[in-house]
Unconditional design. Structure first.
Length: 64
């Protein structure tokens, strides 16, 4: 069970790290959100526009 927790923590951190890095690139917000959705969908994670907006808001709040 510990291995599964470790893997989950690693994957969660990787997703948040990638999303944070993408948010700070000099691109339009709509383009960045589209890239986030595309990357997550390629990895089998289905996410709606509202969920991406909530993720972006959460990441922006933690960076301040």
């Amino acid at each position: 069970m510990k291995a599964l927790t470790l893997i989950s923590a690693f994957l969660g951190g990787a997703i948040v790290g990638c999303a944070s890095a993408m948010l700070f690139t000099p691109e339009k917000g709509a383009d960045v959100r589209s890239r986030i959705k595309e990357i997550l969908r390629k990895r089998g994670i289905k996410i709606s526009d509202d969920e991406v907006d909530a993720l972006v808001a959460e990441l922006a709040a933690t960076e301040e």
